[in-house]
Design a protein around this ligand. Structure first.
Ligand code: AHG
Ligand code: MN
Ligand code: MN
Length: 344
C-alpha cells in the first residue's frame, strides 16, 4: 500500500519526515486556534535569514568576511565580520516582515524599536553564536526567542514588553551551521528539527518530536576555567570523571547543546571568579535553549532556580547555565546548590 506522507500518522501527526518547513509551519498553525498566522510568518522570516547566513557562513573562507570587524559590542567582546553580517541579515528579515515590534540583539547596545504599529512580537536574538569558531570552520549557530508584547499593539514599546521571563516565550529556536545546517524550534508543543538541503533551498523535517535522553555520559564545560570555579563545581566535574563520562566542548553553545540534546549530556557555564554571573546571556542565549530543553524533556537551571523563571533586569544580563539531560541536571543542581566562589 502506498503511504500518503501528509495523512495523519498513528500519533495523529499530519506530517512526517521529509515535510518542508513551510508546510510544517502551516500544518502546525492549528495548534493555536485563534492564530492569525503572524507567528508562522515570523518563523518563515527567520528561516529565510538563516538560509542567507548559511550561505555567508559557507563562503567565509573565500569572501573576505572572516576575521575581526574592528569594533567591540556592548559586552566588550570583539565583533567578527560574520557577527555583524548575521546581525544585519536577521534584523532586516525581522523588520521587513511586519510581525515584530522590537528586537533585542547581542550586537546592539539597546532595544531596536521598529516603530511598527502592527507588530505584536518581540524577538531576542544572538545572530551568530560561537564567533571564536568562525575562522576555523567549526560549527556556529543562531539563537532566537519570540515573545508576545504585553502592552497594546500600536502603542510605544515599554520595558515590560522586553523584560519578560523565559516562561513567557511563545516560540524559540536555534540554527546550527554545522556538518549540515539545521533549524530546531518549538512553539511550546514539542521540539522539531529541520535539515537544510542547499540544492533545493529548503529545510526538511528530519528530527520530529525530539526527546532528549533522560541521562547521558557527556559533560561539556570549559575546563580551562577550573581554577575559577566554586568548590562544588570542581567536585561535580570530578564526579563526572569518576563516573567515566566523556568531555566534549566545542565552544559554540548551540553546537554543544544540540549534541547533548540528541545524545544525552550536560552543559555547564558556571559562575567564575572572572564572570561571577556566568558568561552566557539570559535573554538571547539561555532562555531559548531552556525552553527547547524543557519541551524535549531536558532541564535548565542557573544552579538555584529554573532558567525560565528568572525575571530579567537588564538587556544583556548574564546567567550561569546548567542545561541538559534531566537526571544529570538534577544531580548537578543538588551538588552545587548555594555554591561559593573561591579561587584556588
Ligand atoms: P558568542 O559567540 O555569541 O559571543 O557566544 C560565545 C559563547 C558560547 O557560544 C560558548 O559556549 C561560550 O561563549 C564559550 O565561552 P568560553 O570560550 O569562555 O568557553
Ligand atoms: Mn552566543
Ligand atoms: Mn553571538
Amino acid at each position: 500500500m502506498k503511504i500518503n506522507p501528509y495523512q495523519p500518522d498513528q500519533s495523529g501527526m499530519a506530517y512526517s519526515v521529509g515535510t518542508t518547513l513551510d508546510r510544517f509551519i502551516k500544518l502546525k498553525q492549528s495548534d493555536f486556534p485563534f492564530a492569525s498566522g503572524e507567528l508562522s510568518q515570523l518563523l518563515r522570516d527567520i528561516a529565510l535569514a538563516a538560509k542567507i547566513v548559511n550561505r555567508e557562513t559557507n563562503r567565509a573562507g573565500l569572501a573576505n568576511i572572516g576575521g575581526a570587524f574592528g569594533q567591540t559590542n556592548i559586552q566588550g567582546e570583539e565583533q567578527q565580520k560574520l557577527d555583524v553580517i548575521a546581525n544585519i541579515r536577521f534584523i532586516r528579515a525581522l523588520s521587513k516582515g511586519g510581525e515584530v515590534c522590537a528586537i533585542v540583539s547581542e550586537e546592539e547596545d539597546s532595544v531596536i524599536d521598529l516603530q511598527n504599529g502592527s507588530g505584536k512580537y518581540v524577538v531576542a536574538i544572538d545572530p551568530l553564536d560561537g564567533s571564536s569558531n568562525i575562522d576555523v570552520n567549526i560549527s556556529i549557530g543562531t539563537i532566537f526567542s519570540i515573545y508576545r508584547r504585553k502592552t497594546p499593539v500600536g502603542s510605544p514599546i515599554q520595558l515590560e514588553d522586553i523584560m519578560q521571563p523565559g516562561s513567557e516565550q511563545v516560540a524559540a529556536g536555534y540554527v546550527l551551521y554545522g556538518s549540515s545546517t539545521m533549524l530546531v524550534y518549538t512553539t511550546g508543543f514539542g521540539v522539531n528539527g529541520f535539515t537544510y538541503e542547499a540544492s533545493l533551498g529548503e529545510f526538511f523535517l528530519s528530527h520530529p518530536d525530539i526527546q532528549a535522553p533522560k541521562d547521558g555520559k557527556i559533560y561539556s564545560i570549559n575546563e580551562g576555567s577550573e581554577l575559577e570555579w566554586s568548590q562544588e563545581i570542581k567536585e561535580y566535574i570530578l564526579s563526572c570523571k569518576q563516573q567515566g563520562y566523556s568531555a566534549r566542548y566545542i565552544g559554540s553553545l548551540v553546537a554543544d547543546f544540540h549534541r547533548n540534546l540528541l545524545k544525552g549530556g550536560i552543559y555547564l557555564y558556571p559562575a567564575t571568579v572572572k564572570n561571577p554571573s556566568g558568561k552566557l546571556r539570559l535573554l538571547y542565549e539561555a532562555n531559548a535553549l531552556a525552553l527547547i530543553a524543557e519541551q524535549a524533556g531536558a532541564q535548565a537551571t542557573d544552579g538555584n532556580q529554573r532558567i525560565l523563571d528568572i525575571q530579567p533586569e537588564s538587556l544583556h544580563q548574564r546567567t550561569p547555565l546548567i542545561i541538559g539531560s534531566s537526571r544529570m541536571v538534577q544531580e548537578a543542581s543538588t551538588k552545587i546548590k548555594s555554591s561559593t566562589l573561591q579561587k584556588s
